[in-house]
Every structure is written in structure tokens, then in C-alpha cells.
Design a protein around this ligand. Structure first.
Ligand SMILES: O=C(CO)COP(=O)(O)O
Length: 122
């Protein structure tokens, strides 16, 4: 399973906690992440993660481009719905790409837990 992990700034602590809780299943996956999220996951959770560009610099678009050619199987994107983002069009493009290609995309913690639990029982 190739999973993309992305969290906006106010959701990064949640992402780190979530990844710690699901460390066993995530460590069996191929992981990629936007830059800052990925750095925290490497340092604080000890996961092997490929770090792409930071979101505002094009990281969401990089993940979207991979997804469009079948290189991403699931996306966990902990979005901050309360803070405007300068790269909102990139965020929308990634979520749209998930819908276009029918790739599971969890945009909040509860959805992310369900997605990861699904991987455990697989
Ligand atoms: O902005 C982001 C996603 O839209 C996240 O990017 P970072 O992980 O680099 O903070």
C-alpha cells in the first residue's frame, strides 16, 4: 500500500499521534508526505517517509500528480477547515484527483482511523 500523509499546521500534532498509534500498519506501507508533515513523522514517530515539497510550495500537487498515474493507493489529509490556506487551489486539486481516480481520502481523524483500521483487517 502506498499512502500519502498530509497535515495542515494545526493538525500536525494529531497526525503525529495517529501515526504513532498505527505505527505497526504504517511501517508496512510505502509512505510519502508533504515536507513538514513528513519531517515530523520521521523525527517523532520514526517512520520511513519520502518527503516531498512542503504543501504551499507544491507538495499537494506532487502527490496529486503521482495519484493521477496510479502511484498512490490512499491519502490521509488532515485539513484545517478553520484557517485559510494560500495554496487552497492545490488542496482542492488533490482532493478532486482522489475523487476522479476513486482513491480513498480521509480528511479528518475519524476517517483516517477507519481507513487505517481497514488496512489492519486486510
Ligand atoms: O500545506 C500542507 C498541505 O496542504 C502541508 O504541507 P506541510 O506538510 O509541508 O506543512
Amino acid at each position: 500500500m502506498r499512502i500519502a500523509l498530509i497535515a495542515h499546521d494545526r493538525k500536525k500534532d494529531d497526525m503525529v499521534r495517529l501515526a504513532g498509534q498505527f505505527h505497526a500498519v504504517l511501517s508496512r506501507c510505502t509512505l510519502m508526505a508533504t515536507g513538514t508533515t513528513g519531517g515530523r513523522l520521521q523525527r517523532e514517530v520514526g517512520l520511513a517517509v519520502e518527503c516531498l515539497l512542503s504543501g504551499p510550495l507544491g507538495g499537494d500537487l506532487q502527490i496529486g500528480a503521482r495519484l493521477a498515474v496510479g502511484e498512490v493507493d490512499a491519502v490521509i489529509f488532515l485539513r484545517d477547515p478553520m484557517t485559510p490556506q494560500p495554496h487552497e487551489p492545490d488542496i482542492n486539486a488533490l482532493v478532486r484527483a482522489c475523487d476522479v481516480h476513486d482513491v480513498p481520502c480521509a480528511t479528518n481523524l475519524s476517517g483516517a482511523r477507519l481507513l487505517l483500521q481497514g488496512l489492519i483487517v486486510e
